[in-house]
Write a new protein. Structure first.
Length: 359
């Protein structure tokens, strides 16, 4: 009697995927892009180490779905970054993977044609090409690390990484973060719990060994040295924001108790703006005011922003998509983004000088 089949019972196909080395050979790192990545990471390291008094701002679309509109946004952001470089390091939010509670579009890598065809091999190459184009502009890029294999394909083009509220508690993502080459921001849990993020920072700062793949796409044991640039991202949760002075003070106390640097990033979106994008500028204004009044722990902010305000459903006919408008979470438009950042720049010029004098 033949053995009963006990594996792959729910697998309908196993399609080949190009290795990281193959994708990188198709879209090779350039000297200019490498310089942009290195400069971006160095600036972020210096901010987190308090060698640079500026803030960093991770700003951009909720997700990338149209590389043309995305690059249009990147060019505008680069021009703005040059104008506010005295007070801020602008890092473009380039998110390709979207966590889903149940169903929905999983992002550009998973489904680049937005039609449930799931050409992941094509999406990965296009995602890498887009990141290369952004870095070629001299603009550093940030992303959320969701799939633990994906960083092998494009991690050399990322300056800052987020671990989301749903995955900060995941051992897999903590281990992965310990080996990432970027600073990593861990978000508090969706219920607002901060301990999850703090425990993640501690875990990721230590060496780990875990299963992954190497450049050839072969299974490998990855051994890490630990990442000392983990920090907390306050994104609200549990039905309330947590960017107010009391919440930030409590976060400072929790970090100090864990013997961690008092480095806090405030996400102006998600629960901190009650998922109303038009409130994001008010959140940033409030946090900047706290810095003006003497806060020294806030080192960065995040905003969801695109060319057009709001969001849109994905139509069956993709030619009906509105240019530069999000297909995931709603964003503020470019005009509001520029106005918000320029106003913050005006306030921060004097405030950051006083902050550095107190150091």
């Amino acid at each position: 009697m033949p053995l009963a089949k006990t594996e792959n019972l729910n697998i309908v196909a196993v399609d080949p995927m190009p290795s990281p080395e193959e994708i990188k050979a198709r879209v090779p790192l350039t000297e200019r892009a490498a310089a942009s990545v290195v400069a971006g990471r160095r600036a972020l390291h210096d901010i987190l180490d308090r060698k640079d008094r500026r803030l960093f701002i991770v700003v951009g679309p909720c997700s990338i779905h149209d590389p043309i509109a995305g690059l249009d946004y990147a060019k505008r952001l680069k021009a703005l970054a040059d104008d506010v470089a005295e007070t801020m390091v602008l890092v473009m939010r380039v998110y390709f993977e979207k966590p889903r509670t149940s169903t929905g579009w999983k992002g550009f890598i998973n489904d680049p044609h937005m039609d449930d065809s799931f050409h992941i091999e094509e999406g990965m190459e296009k995602a890498r090409r887009f990141l290369l184009d952004v870095n070629e502009l001299g603009l550093p890029a940030a992303t959320e690390a969701l799939d633990p294999i994906a960083p092998q394909y494009y991690g050399d083009l990322i300056a800052w990484t987020a671990i989301g509220a749903r995955t900060s508690e995941s051992q897999t993502h903590r281990e992965m973060s310990s080996g990432l080459s970027t600073p990593v921001g861990f978000k508090n849990a969706t219920d607002g719990d901060l301990d999850v993020a703090i425990n993640a920072i501690v875990s990721a700062s230590h060496p780990h060994s875990f299963l992954g793949i190497n450049g050839k796409g072969q299974s490998a044991i990855l051994r890490t040295r630990g990442n000392r640039y983990g920090h907390v991202v306050l994104r609200g949760g549990g039905g309330r924001p947590n960017y107010d002075t009391v919440s930030i003070s409590l976060a400072e106390q929790a970090l100090a108790k864990a013997k961690l640097p008092l480095n806090i990033v405030v996400d102006c979106s998600h629960a901190n703006s009650w998922k109303k994008p038009e409130l994001q500028p008010l959140v940033m204004k409030d946090v900047v005011h706290q810095i003006r009044e003497g806060n020294r722990s806030v080192v960065g902010l995040m905003m969801e922003s695109f060319l057009e305000a709001g969001n849109q459903p994905i139509p069956a006919d993709l030619s009906q998509l509105k240019y530069g408008c999000s297909v995931t979470d709603a964003c503020i438009d470019w005009a509001s983004t520029e106005d918000t950042i320029r106003k913050a720049d005006s306030v921060l010029r004097e405030a950051l000088q006083r902050r550095s004098e107190r150091a």
